[in-house]
Design a protein around this ligand. Structure first.
Ligand code: GDP
Length: 140
């Protein structure tokens, strides 16, 4: 298995409920290392740019509103098979369909307020990391 990097966001529903540490504990227990981390609050333009691939989806406007509704924590995670591994421990987009023990099953409030984002491919991981972090901020 290859050592990979993936991009993660702890979303506003989770920061609001003070769950950053609980989510980080699940990330680290899965063998992933948090090699960059920054808490911030997105402006509308940041969220629109990040989710541009979803611009045509009916939930895009709501998603941008939600992602700018409070602080987020952006992260780079590193480990064996990190992209698929993180998707596995995140659980399904809709927490109602997520497996037991996953972040979304344990913490998500709804299909929208689902506590975390994780890159869905190597190509997107690279793009998202580049968009949100400078190389010097990532310390593996
Ligand atoms: P992910 O890769 O599992 O995060 O899912 P997607 O890439 O399909 O969607 C991106 C984000 O949009 C999700 O994490 C949710 O926050 C939100 N989202 C997805 N589907 C819906 C939906 O049907 N309704 C609403 N309101 N939000 C959604």
């Amino acid at each position: 298995m290859a050592i990979e990097r993936t991009f993660s966001i702890i979303k506003p529903d989770a920061t609001r409920r003070n769950l950053t540490g609980a989510i980080n504990a699940k990330i680290e227990a899965a063998g992933l290392r948090i090699i960059a981390q920054r808490r911030t609050k997105w402006k509308q333009a940041d969220a629109r740019k990040f989710y541009a691939v979803h611009a045509k989806r009916p939930f895009y406007k709501d998603l941008v509103k939600f992602m700018t509704s409070g602080p987020i924590v952006m992260q780079v995670l590193e480990g064996n098979n990190a992209i698929a591994k993180y998707r596995e421990i995140m659980g399904a987009t809709n927490p109602a369909n997520a497996d037991a023990g996953t972040i979304r099953k344990d913490f998500a409030e709804s299909i929208e307020a689902n506590s975390v984002h994780g890159s869905d491919s190597a190509e997107n991981a690279k793009k998202e990391i580049k968009l949100c972090f400078k190389a010097a901020e990532i310390v593996g």
